[in-house]
Design a binder for this molecule. Structure first.
Ligand code: UTP
Length: 397
């Protein structure tokens, strides 16, 4: 264990000496807390990450080529029957789990607390996002007699509130034995000058992006827990899509039939300039190309049927075998820099993990059936647009 002098030297070495003065003014209990936190920070890694903010982020020079997709609507009835049976069996055997990634900060939505606790103006009394997700997952019980295991990834910032929220609402009628919360990793946020910031007695941190799901599943022993439960397939999705459809035997069955370890759902890009990431191959491996990375020529390029070649938008709905999750969890994903509330935040993205697998299935689904994200306070991808899609689909009067 390092003593106080060592901590001071460390802070000085990494240009964080302003924290020493702050610590000196703290109560001894506060000092203990922040020192405990400091001991866990990888200062060398933070110095590297800060350096990366000063280098113009190079676009990766990977060779970007299209990836095939299968349109769910166009699967013929004979095959549909066969794959549904395969998928159904996985659910009925209790080999299926879902992971909700709810560790984001919801900065754009500007909600205080977990995004899943956000209440939408739907139906007579309104509905919380987590409530809608619970209702969606409970359909599995009606259809196949089995509730999937539900793992919810939180962040240190919202973990307590999320757990309290579920308790307060009696888990929205979900069997609480089948719910497990786990927290994702976090990293200090940095000012433009590379300084860490102390807030409420601790160094201000931010969750390490939705790519942190892999390390979190490993470190929090969820992979182990899943193995013990004989879970084979895991559907990972973002908390903020209220139309997400994880109970999808076609999707599960098709992935297995195609002998894939990973599959993602996509929706057709609405128009060439839509600001979304699309599925592709990067140097022959599955991945995503972000809107700004895609040259204009490729953005508008169409096939002989007049469809965009890079036209399958990411809706953060991924199905992975447990083996694939374990494999990716042993890799170091690249960090991307985001600016949130004037501080640098370092995040990895879930799809950056896909390149560690040889191939993937992309299954295109209907936007109006499976995609209603809640990102912004108003305008596009807001509570209002999501409410419209939800009410249209479920015929809410
Ligand atoms: P977004 O990139 O939309 O981020 O996350 P966000 O934090 O919710 O919102 P902003 O950018 O601050 O406005 C996409 C999905 O990934 C999850 C989010 O909860 C959301 O479901 N996520 C994101 C995490 O679970 N952890 C993270 O560190 C980041």
């Amino acid at each position: 264990m390092l003593d106080k002098k060592d901590i001071e030297n460390k802070l000085k070495q990494y240009n964080q000496e302003h924290i020493i003065e702050i610590i000196e003014k703290m109560s001894s209990e506060e000092q203990q807390n922040i020192i405990k936190q400091i001991l866990e920070i990888d200062f060398e890694k933070m110095a590297e990450l800060y350096k990366s903010t000063k280098i113009k982020q190079e676009m990766e020079e990977d060779q970007i080529t299209p990836i095939d997709y299968i349109d769910k609507q166009k699967i013929d009835s004979q095959e549909l029957k066969e794959i549904k049976q395969i998928g159904e069996q996985i659910i009925k055997n209790n080999e299926y789990a879902v992971v909700t990634m709810a560790g984001g900060q919801g900065t754009r939505l500007g909600c205080n607390g977990p995004k899943g606790a956000y209440k939408l103006d739907i139906g007579e009394n309104g509905k919380y996002i987590f409530e809608i997700l619970a209702e969606t997952l409970k359909k599995s019980k009606q259809l196949y007699g089995v509730l999937p295991y539900w793992y919810i990834m939180t962040s240190n910032q919202n973990n307590k509130q999320t757990i309290e929220f579920f308790k307060e609402h009696n888990y929205f009628g979900y069997n609480k034995q089948k719910i497990k919360f786990f927290t994702q990793g976090e990293l200090p946020m940095l000012t433009e000058e590379g300084k860490m910031v102390v807030e409420n007695g601790l160094i201000k941190t931010g969750s390490d992006g939705n790519g942190g799901v892999f390390t979190a599943l490993k470190k929090q022993k969820i992979i182990e827990d899943m193995k013990n439960k004989n879970i084979k397939w895991v559907y990972i999705f973002g908390v903020d899509n209220i139309m997400v459809k994880p109970i999808d035997t076609v999707f599960i069955g098709l992935t297995i039939k195609q002998n894939m370890q990973i599959a993602s759902k996509s929706v057709a890009k609405a128009y060439p300039e839509e600001n979304v990431g699309v599925y592709c191959k990067r140097d022959g491996k599955p991945g995503i190309v972000e809107y700004i990375e895609l040259p204009e020529k490729m953005r508008i390029q169409c096939n002989k049927f007049g469809e965009l070649i890079f036209g399958d938008a990411n809706i953060i709905s991924h199905l992975l075998s447990l083996d694939a999750i374990e494999k990716i969890s042993n890799q170091n994903l690249t960090y991307h820099i985001a600016k949130k509330n004037n501080l640098y935040k370092f995040e990895t993205f879930i799809f950056d993990g896909f390149k560690y697998l040889d191939d993937m299935l992309v299954m295109r689904v209907k936007r109006e059936e499976e995609f209603a994200p809640i990102k912004n306070k108003e305008g596009i991808d807001s509570p209002e647009t999501a409410k419209k899609i939800y009410e249209n689909y479920y015929n809410v009067i």
